[in-house]
Design a protein around this ligand. Structure first.
Ligand code: ADP
Length: 387
């Protein structure tokens, strides 16, 4: 009996999950938030009330140490035989999880310029985990990997070809979530899995994936996690001429522009209030309603674009915090897409049903990125045992 630990590190937070290494039953999960500040650790054990505690954690290393201490009682003497890490960028070469050694970590570190706000934090958790468990198998699972089979037209921009060769490609992200949904479709909705499905991962970050036969054909996210849909604090699709105007006319620095694009735009910037969709839906401020209008219109536009790239659509899946929980958003998207054949089932949508339309199927499927990471670790452990 042994265990697998998954880590999903952001700039100031680390989500974690503890799984039985054989059954992949999730035994504990939670997150450390506000690393470097008033750090808090939340621990959730299935069937028990959530535990919240303040912990000292000045950096990711200390946060990982705190996570290990928090899960120790649930290990019950078992060994952590593998650790899985969400790593945002695998670059052009990685279409599958990667067992990490020093050379692999160095190679992933060279990709940091492609995801400067995420990759360094992902890798600092990897380094902290390796220091804590030097003998344990460490596996990186990439947000980009699921999309690496994109046809060339959906992998490039209309720039001079040398930029493609230099790595300016439409990588796409949220791949762990899409891999989970593809697996769920294969299990429970095999006819849809075989067809043309648009998956809408709508959370703080948001994107769509066009899937044919369970494989990614296109994504609304591209070179960075900025493009495509309107997000919590990111603008999504915009004219690159705006960036030139910010630089040349407004004299803004790249640091200022980065802050606007990653932290101050999207639902937060448009509403002037918050990036929290629940709060926006409850607000009677006109700008909140406008932000929601922009968000839903962008989703509907891009679903239609994804359908066009696949030559049709057989189903739409909603997932992510907004996709799974915000019934009014799903209703508005489906109403706008009625021309494609969706007919909202208002009562199923409001009551938490899985299928929320008659006509063309629209489904709500909760995602589980941690489980995708745990599966990858188990596969790597089995591969190692066979070798
Ligand atoms: P992240 O991308 O950070 O993982 P999540 O997938 O957790 O984000 O999604 C967070 C978003 O989900 C927030 O905008 C939040 O308001 C929204 N959300 C969560 N629950 C609800 C709900 N019941 N109604 C509307 N929005 C919700």
């Amino acid at each position: 009996m042994s265990a697998i630990l998954t880590l999903n590190a952001g700039s100031s937070s680390i989500k974690f999950g503890l799984f039985d290494a054989d059954t992949l039953e999730e035994e504990a999960g939670g997150q450390v938030e506000k690393i470097g500040g008033k750090t808090e650790l939340d621990l959730e054990i299935p069937g028990q009330p959530k535990l919240e505690r303040r912990i000292p954690a000045a950096n990711h290393q200390e946060a990982v140490t705190a996570i290990l201490a928090a899960i120790a009682p649930y290990l019950d003497g078992r060994e952590v035989v593998g650790m899985g890490h969400r790593v945002v960028h695998g670059g052009p070469d990685h279409a599958a999880p990667l067992v990490l050694d020093e050379a692999a970590i160095a190679a992933l570190t060279r990709l940091e310029p492609l995801a400067p706000l995420h990759q360094p934090h992902n890798l600092s958790a990897v380094r902290a985990a390796r220091r804590a468990f030097p003998e344990t198998l460490q596996v990186a699972c990439f947000d980009t990997a699921f999309h690496r089979g994109h046809p060339w037209v959906n992998d490039t921009y209309g720039l001079p070809r040398r930029f493609y060769d230099m790595g300016v490609r439409r990588y796409g992200f949220h791949g762990l979530s899409y891999a989970f949904i593809a697996g769920k479709l294969a299990e429970d909705w095999p006819a849809l899995h075989a067809g043309r499905v648009v998956v809408a991962h709508l959370g703080n970050g948001a994107s769509l994936c066009a899937m044919e036969g369970g494989r990614s054909i296109a994504s609304t996210m591209g070179f960075s996690a900025l493009s495509g849909l309107c997000m919590g604090t990111r603008p999504g699709q915009m004219d690159p001429g705006v960036l030139l105007w910010m630089l040349d006319d407004q004299g803004m620095s790249s640091v200022e522009i980065t802050r606007v694009l990653y932290k101050e735009s999207g639902l937060k910037g448009l509403s002037g209030l918050t990036n929290d969709m629940r709060a926006l839906l409850a607000s009677d401020v006109p700008e909140a309603a406008q932000a929601v209008d922009y968000f839903t219109d962008r989703v509907a536009q891009e679903v239609a674009a994804m359908a066009a790239t696949m030559g049709g659509i057989d189903a739409l899946v909603f997932t992510g915090g907004i996709g799974e929980n915000a019934a009014p958003i799903r209703a508005r998207v489906l109403d706008q897409l009625a021309f494609l054949g969706f007919a909202l089932d208002a009562s199923a949508n409001a009551s938490g049903g899985t299928r929320i339309s008659s006509g063309l199927p629209a489904l709500v499927l909760p995602t589980n990125e941690e489980l995708v990471i745990a599966r990858a670790v188990r596969d790597a452990l089995r591969g190692r045992a066979r070798a």
